[in-house]
Every structure is written in structure tokens, then in C-alpha cells.
Ligand binder design. Structure first.
Ligand SMILES: *[C@@H]1O[C@H](CO)[C@@H](O)[C@H](O)[C@H]1NC(C)=O
Ligand SMILES: *[C@@H]1O[C@H](CO)[C@@H](O)[C@H](O)[C@H]1NC(C)=O
Ligand SMILES: *[C@@H]1O[C@H](CO)[C@@H](O)[C@H](O)[C@H]1NC(C)=O
Ligand SMILES: *[C@@H]1O[C@H](CO)[C@@H](O)[C@H](O)[C@H]1NC(C)=O
Ligand SMILES: *[C@@H]1O[C@H](CO)[C@@H](O)[C@H](O)[C@H]1NC(C)=O
Ligand SMILES: *[C@@H]1O[C@H](CO)[C@@H](O)[C@H](O)[C@H]1NC(C)=O
Ligand SMILES: *[C@@H]1O[C@H](CO)[C@@H](O)[C@H](O)[C@H]1NC(C)=O
Length: 755
């Protein structure tokens, strides 16, 4: 509380100062773990540091200060010149100083998301749906919440747990009665955003003006809402993964994104408040910065140290190596489809029929002329340019009354929704959009319209170009279930390998993130529910499942919960074939889905877990080159690098990755029995191509609950191949399979170091 008041006081001074000095920027000064010192002492230390830098004074120190972090870790945010930042970075006790970067919410093209329809996203586990969930608190670092949404009703919920230390922060259109026994905490962080952007901020309070935060919170923990239908489309009920879990929101993201200093302030409070799980559907753009120059890595490191499980989204950049949120102390989620599609039928004048993807509810009463957009170019636009249906590129006298065939380049700056607006303004009555990269993402177009893949698109163009009086009719969207293999990994979901620590596989897991229906903020459009796509939507599915595991096993560490989620995942689609990846339908691998697609029906019975403690993350940091001096700064204790690993591969992680493998290498792991006291597991290996894998021992005999057994996995190159190869190791018995992906990269032969 003190912290917030102080930061607000300084905020006003800061805004005044901005007018006179554009030379300084907001920086995070990160100072590692807190010891037992008093918050007040930490605060005065921060001011002293700001005073002693050259050009500093007491007044300036006050004016430049934005936040102090005193609960979960130490540090502050302040407006500094580059020179001052360099000076502070050299002061004793400072781990890192980095500029206040803006992070993105992990939805895809936000323009396209203001649409609607319905689905029944169920991740419930029979018999376990409400058990003890009311003692689990999920925190959301996001855009806030729409508290009146039926998804956050506290009907039939018991009193707030007495251990809870969070609060309901009052603000614009948000008062104490906005919180209830379901939404038990709500705070907002504006200082970093205010310091960087002058734009109008809607709802200076935890209230969600964007919709994203309400959507993610209700996906993870929304109450059951019996009727989420839209205009008669796919009526049904929906709820989050853990409908009886408590929610606490930390609004650090505003319309344009989330600033580091605000995100860190949210972590700091969430650690103090006592959340059990933190859900973050946001991240940096790839490549992600080093762990201790990245606000989310820093905040989550300290949260994990306090026993909080961190669930994050991998990002929406789609290409190989674009994965973000790479730290091993979080579980990082990629996005898949579900078995539900939103399709529109297209019928051509020659009676051929095609299916396209859409959320458009508009109806064409009869067939209309169809023409390629390249043939209706206006003014200086070439036919090729016009084929993308960009603003002002269409000649309306040639477009009026027709269905246009447009293309999408796949560039994230191009909005598909916007194209339908352009066609409509030029007098077009329908649109067929050719897009091979993201053709499965349903868009609420403003006219009858549908997205088709390249192959179908070329056929339609051929018809339109080689027929006298070609015509087409586009029908309104329908929900179709089970029409295609599912789940598939979406094209936009960011892929491994891990660009920072290749020996740790990322993403960890995949969950539904395509066309997900959940609660929404009526502030942005007059509707209570909306369909969105992105790894942002996949992340809260795992947060909800983590809450179920936490509810049933309250003493499990975050690493154990993560292990249970990962080792029970599946790499097969519902039809029993390997999961594929959009758009080309290639066979998926661990860089697409980590351990696989999450299986909520199995997570409560993992049999064995790969556990890890905070000290293992210290050993991990030593193994990737952090020296003891830096380690002390981060951890503020007497940690040494005595307990370290030969490489990051040795962290007791539920997946096994070995890179730069010369001839042979052995990785050790420890499994803990959380199943039947007396049980036997046998190793079943699917070796990566060209690699011999030997597991020692091959049988694990347990005789008690909680018993730990070590084993080693020896990798030997038999036939070197270029790039990464994949396999799996499963500990199996009659009922269970505890599966880890194996990812190996043999060193190319022209290199002469040995590992
Ligand atoms: C604030 O509280 C009053 C009752 O105390 C309530 O009538 C009002 O609707 C609340 N306002 C908001 C924005 O929640
Ligand atoms: C939603 O799904 C759950 C689980 O499959 C099911 O029990 C429930 O009946 C469904 N609700 C509706 C309204 O279809
Ligand atoms: C389709 O027909 C309905 C009912 O006759 C009419 O209200 C609507 O305007 C028509 N739509 C178009 C695009 O002509
Ligand atoms: C649009 O097409 C008409 C008819 O072909 C032509 O006269 C007119 O100049 C074109 N307008 C533009 C802006 O290209
Ligand atoms: C349509 O045909 C014309 C000439 O017949 C050609 O110039 C044009 O490139 C064709 N367009 C498409 C989209 O195939
Ligand atoms: C670190 O070690 C020193 C000397 O052994 C001791 O005085 C100090 O209390 C230790 N600090 C912590 C945080 O354990
Ligand atoms: C298992 O491995 C851990 C960590 O490598 C080690 O500390 C422990 O002593 C080993 N236990 C056994 C029974 O070998």
C-alpha cells in the first residue's frame, strides 16, 4: 500500500518533468532478492542511489522515481538519462539496468478480434470439478476485468480464504463492491504506461476496457454460464477450467501493451498477496532478452522462489526459433485448434461448393458476379497491389454489386477484417479471402466473406477468370465439429528451439488457442462474450488445469504440477494420428508442442513427477554461465555454484534436450513416486534418428509414496544427421505412461571441440 501511494506522488512530478526533458527514459534497476530489511529502508536506499548519481539531487530523485519493488524482490523504476543508467548499473548491489520495454499481449492481430459466436470449451475432470478449488487463487497479469460478467459471479462461493492478503483497489468505475467472493483481488499499475505514453487511458482502475483480461480470466476460472449463444449461432454453455477457483487481477496492460515497470510491480504485489498461480498471456517479441534483463523472467524467478506457479504464452510469431518466455521456472504454452470450426459454404455458378472459415453472420440472398480484385484496380494501384484489397486500391464502379477475390500476404500489419471494410466501402457484396498461413482463424467480417487456402483460392480464381458471367454465393457461418483432424498446432503459435538456452525445450505444452469463446468487456463492443485466437487464449487453459492440480494436491511444488501436466500430454490427435501443424499439415514435433497437447483427464494421476526446487534453478543459472557474484546479487544469499550442472540439460526437467552432442553424453534425472506406493515402471524409448539411447536402470521399483529414484539417459551418435532429431522416453506400467520428449542435436562434424 505504501508503495502505491508513494509511486503516485512521484508520478505527478514525473509528468511535469517530461515536458522539459525528453532526454531521459524510464529504466528498471533490478537488485535481486530482498533480505529481511524493512521496506522503508529499501525505499530510502533507492532514493539515495538516485541522489548520488552525477546530476542527481533530492528533488530530482523524487521526480524521477516511478516505482519501488520491495516485496518479492528488490529494485525500482526511475526516469534516467543513458549516462545515469550506466552509472547506476555499476553501483554495488545492482544486477541489471534495462529500459522500460513494452510487451505485447499474445493475441494475434487484435483488429480481427471484435467478433462473436459460441463454443463449449470444457476442460473439466469428472468428479474433481470443484474439490478444494476455492482455496486456490489464480492471478492474472493482463488488461483487468469486467467484474459484472456472469463468468465472475460469486454465487454459492464460500468466504474468502483467511490467508489472502490482496485487496480491491478502487478507481474509475470500480469500487469495493466490484470485488466479490470470486474476484477476490484487483489492482492496477499505470505509472510506467503514463510515463511513456500520453494517450488517454480508459478506466484508471482494474476495469477492463480491452476485453483480453476478461477473456483469459474466464477461460481459466470462469463460472459456468448456461447460455453463451450469439444470434442463434451454436448455442451452449461454457465455463473456465477451474470454475470455483478464486481470481485476482493485476492490470498492467493497457490498450497499446504492457510496460516492464508495471508488470514488475504486479509481480511484486502478487507475491505478497499470496496467489498460487500466475497467468501471463503476454511477452516480449522474439528474440527475448537475457533472463535478468527481461521483466517477466525476473518477476517469475522470484515468484517461483515463493512457490508460485507461472504459466505463460509462447508468443504468436509462428516461425522456428521465435518462442519467448524461455525460463525453465515457468510453463510455456503454445496454441492448437480445437475440433470446432466456424465455416461458411461457398457455391459457385457452376454448382461447385467449397468451405471457407468465417465468423460473418451476413447473408447473401442470391448469387452475385465474382471477380478477382486484381481486375478492379483503381488509380495508380497495379493489379497485383489491388489483389490484396488495400485501402483505396479498388475501383468502386467495377466493384459495385460483386463478390471480390482478395489475397492476404500473411504480414501481421495487414488486417483481414479491414479488407472486408475496404470491399464493402467500394460497393462489394461479398469477399473470398485467400490466405494460406492463418486460414483457420475465424474473423467477424463486415460483409458475407470467408477465408480459403491457396489451393481452393486458385480454383476459384480459375473459375472466375475463365467463365462467362461467373457468379458466387457465400452462406452465413455455421459451427462444424469434428470435420477435420484436431488438435492441430496453429501456424501463429511460436516455435522452438529455445533461442536463449537451447538445452531447455520450449514451448512446454500446447492447449487450445484458436477461435476460443470466453467473457469479454462490453466497453469495447456491446457484447458479453467474444471469440479470440492466440497463445494468449492457450495459456489460461493451462492455468485452469494447474489450479485443478493444485486443488487436489495443495503441497505439490510448481515444478511437480508442471511435470504432471507435461508427462501426461499426448502427441496424437483425437483420431490417433500424430498431431499436425497448420498451415501445411506437416507432422508436428516438440518444437511445435513441447510435450504435446494437454490432457486434463490424466493430469491428476501422473504416477511419477520430475520435481525441482529453487536451488535447482540457481544451479541452472550457474550452468549457463552466471558466476557466483551475479548469483549472490540475484538471490541475496550465500548460494554457490558448487551444486551445478555440466550443462542446462541436467536440470530435472520433464523434457530432455541435448544440443551440440559430439559422440556421447549422459543426462541424469530424478523421478518422485506420487502414484501407488508399490509400483514398477519400465522404460520405453523411441530413439531419435541416428542416436542410440540407453536408459539405466531400465526398471524402476518403488515401494513408497514420495520415494525418489535416479536414472540416466545415455545418448550416442550412431549416424550423425543435420539439425535436430526427436524421440521420446516413457516410464510405463499397466495403467500409466510418464512421457518425456527427447530432443537431440548432434554437432556437425567440422567442429573439433568435444563436449
Ligand atoms: C459502487 O457501489 C455502489 C453501491 O455501494 C453501487 O450502486 C454502484 O453501482 C457501484 N459502482 C460501480 C461502478 O461498481
Ligand atoms: C459442456 O461440456 C460439458 C463437458 O463435456 C458437458 O458436461 C456439458 O453438458 C456441456 N454443456 C452444454 C450446455 O452443452
Ligand atoms: C435478403 O432478403 C431479406 C428478406 O427478403 C432482406 O431483408 C435482406 O435485405 C436481403 N439481403 C440482401 C443483401 O439483399
Ligand atoms: C474506374 O473504372 C472506370 C471504368 O473503367 C474508369 O472510367 C475510372 O477512371 C476508374 N477510376 C479509377 C479511380 O481508377
Ligand atoms: C485472368 O485472365 C487474364 C487474361 O485472360 C490475365 O491477364 C489475368 O492474369 C488472369 N487473372 C488471374 C487472377 O488469373
Ligand atoms: C553469508 O555468509 C556470511 C559469512 O559466512 C554470514 O555472516 C551471512 O549471514 C550469510 N548470509 C546469508 C544470507 O546467509
Ligand atoms: C540422485 O541424484 C541427486 C542429484 O543428482 C543426488 O543428490 C542424490 O544423491 C542421488 N540419489 C541417489 C540415491 O543416488
Amino acid at each position: 500500500m505504501a508503495m502505491l501511494r508513494i509511486s503516485y506522488l512521484f508520478l505527478y512530478a514525473l509528468v511535469l518533468e517530461l515536458r522539459f526533458c525528453f532526454c531521459s527514459k524510464v529504466y528498471v534497476v533490478y537488485m535481486g532478492s530482498r533480505n529481511n530489511e524493512h521496506s522503508q529502508d529499501i525505499l530510502s536506499q533507492h532514493h539515495t542511489m538516485l541522489t548520488v548519481i552525477p546530476g542527481g539531487s533530492t528533488e530530482q530523485a523524487k521526480a524521477s522515481h516511478v516505482y519501488s519493488y520491495t516485496h518479492g524482490f528488490r529494485g525500482f523504476a526511475a526516469k534516467l538519462t543513458e549516462k545515469q543508467a550506466t552509472n547506476i548499473a555499476r553501483m554495488p548491489g545492482v544486477v541489471s539496468v534495462f529500459p522500460n520495454s513494452k510487451r505485447k499481449l499474445h493475441t494475434t492481430h487484435s483488429w480481427d478480434f471484435m467478433g462473436l459466436a459460441t463454443t463449449n470449451e470444457s476442460t473439466g475432470i469428472p468428479g474433481h470439478t470443484t474439490m478444494n478449488q476455492e482455496n486456490v487463487v489464480i492471478g492474472f497479469i493482463d488488461t483487468g476485468i469486467w467484474p459484472e460478467s456472469p463468468s465472475f459471479s460469486d454465487h454459492n462461493m464460500p468466504r474468502v480464504p483467511s490467508k489472502w492478503k490482496g485487496r480491491c483497489q478502487v478507481g474509475e468505475a470500480f469500487n469495493v463492491s466490484s470485488c466479490n467472493r470470486k474476484l477476490i483481488g484487483a489492482r492496477y499499475y499505470l505509472s510506467g504506461y503514463d510515463a511513456e505514453e500520453e494517450s488517454e487511458k480508459t478506466f484508471r482502475s482494474p476495469r477492463d476496457s480491452n476485453g483480453h483480461g476478461s477473456h483469459t480470466a474466464s477461460t481459466a476460472a470462469g463460472r459456468y454460464v448456461p447460455d453463451m449463444n450469439y444470434n442463434g449461432l451454436g448455442a451452449g454453455g461454457a465455463r473456465g477450467g477451474a470454475p470455483m477457483a478464486r481470481t485476482a487481477v493485476y492490470k498492467s496492460c493497457w490498450d497499446s501493451g504492457c510496460y516492464d515497470v508495471d508488470v514488475l510491480a504486479a509481480f511484486d504485489d502478487a507475491i505478497k498477496d499470496g496467489v498460487h498461480i500466475l497467468s501471463l498471456s503476454l511477452g516480449s517479441e522474439s528474440p527475448q532478452g537475457d533472463y535478468f534483463h527481461d521483466a517477466i523472467s525476473i518477476g517469475s524467478f522470484h515468484a517461483a522462489k515463493h512457490g508460485i506457479m507461472i504459466v505463460s504464452s509462447v508468443g504468436n510469431e509462428g516461425f522456428r526459433g521465435s518462442a519467448t518466455n524461455l525460463a525453465p521456472w515457468m510453463i510455456t504454452v503454445g496454441a492448437s485448434s480445437t475440433d470446432r470450426d466456424f465455416t461458411s459454404d461457398i457455391t459457385l455458378g457452376d454448382k461447385t461448393k467449397y468451405k471457407g472459415e468465417s465468423l460473418s453472420l451476413f447473408k447473401m440472398n442470391n448469387s452475385k458476379a465474382i471477380i478477382s480484385a486484381s481486375e478492379v484496380n483503381a488509380g495508380y494501384f497495379t493489379p497485383d497491389q489491388s489483389s490484396y484489397c488495400l485501402e483505396s486500391s479498388l475501383n468502386s464502379s467495377k466493384t459495385r454489386g460483386k463478390v471480390l477475390v482478395c489475397r492476404h500476404s500473411g504480414s501481421p500489419s495487414e488486417s483481414k477484417l479491414e479488407k472486408s471494410v475496404v470491399v464493402k466501402e467500394a460497393g462489394g457484396v461479398g469477399m473470398i479471402l485467400i490466405d494460406d498461413t492463418d486460414k483457420d482463424m475465424a474473423i467477424p467480417f463486415v460483409i458475407p466473406a470467408a477465408i480459403v487456402g491457396a489451393q481452393t483460392g486458385e480454383r476459384i480464381l480459375l473459375y472466375a477468370n475463365h467463365t462467362r458471367k461467373p457468379t458466387a454465393q457465400i452462406f452465413p457461418v455455421k459451427t462444424a465439429t469434428g470435420s477435420r483432424p484436431a488438435p492441430r498446432i496453429t501456424s501463429f503459435s511460436s516455435k522452438g528451439p529455445n533461442s536463449l538456452t537451447p538445452d531447455i525445450l520450449k514451448p512446454d505444452i500446447a492447449a487450445p488457442g484458436l477461435n476460443i469463446l470466453a467473457a469479454w468487456s462490453p466497453a469495447i463492443r456491446k457484447m458479453k462474450f467474444n471469440i479470440l485466437s492466440g497463445t494468449s487464449m492457450a495459456c489460461p487453459h493451462v492455468s485452469g488445469i494447474a489450479a485443478l492440480v493444485k486443488a487436489v494436491y495443495p503441497t505439490w511444488s510448481p515444478a511437480a504440477i508442471k511435470s504432471a501436466i507435461m508427462t501426461t500430454a499426448t502427441t496424437l490427435s483425437k483420431s490417433g494420428r500424430p498431431i499436425t501443424v497448420d498451415p501445411e499439415g506437416r507432422r508436428g514435433n516438440p518444437f511445435d508442442y513441447g510435450s504435446g497437447f494437454v490432457d486434463p483427464l490424466k493430469v491428476l494421476n501422473p504416477g511419477l513427477v520430475y520435481d525441482a526446487q529453487p536451488r535447482d534453478y540457481k544451479a541452472f543459472l550457474c550452468s549457463i554461465g552466471y558466476d557466483e557474484e551475479l548469483l549472490h546479487l540475484v538471490t541475496s544469499d550465500n548460494s554457490t555454484c558448487d551444486h551445478t550442472f555440466r550443462s542446462a540439460s541436467d536440470l530435472n526437467y520433464p523434457s530432455i534436450t541435448v544440443t551440440d552432442l559430439k559422440q556421447s553424453y549422459s543426462v541424469s534425472r530424478t523421478v518422485t513416486n506420487v502414484g501407488k506406493p508399490k509400483s514398477i515402471y519400465i522404460a520405453v524409448v523411441s530413439a531419435p534418428r541416428g542416436i542410440a539411447v540407453n536408459v539405466v536402470p531400465k526398471r524402476l521399483l518403488f515401494h513408497s509414496y514420495g520415494q525418489k529414484i535416479n536414472f540416466t539417459v545415455n545418448f550416442m551418435v550412431t549416424a550423425p544427421s543435420k539439425g535436430y532429431v526427436f524421440g521420446s522416453l516413457a516410464w510405463t506400467n499397466k495403467e500409466l505412461r510418464v512421457t518425456s520428449p527427447l530432443v537431440v542435436q548432434a554437432r556437425s562434424s567440422d567442429s573439433n571441440f568435444s563436449r
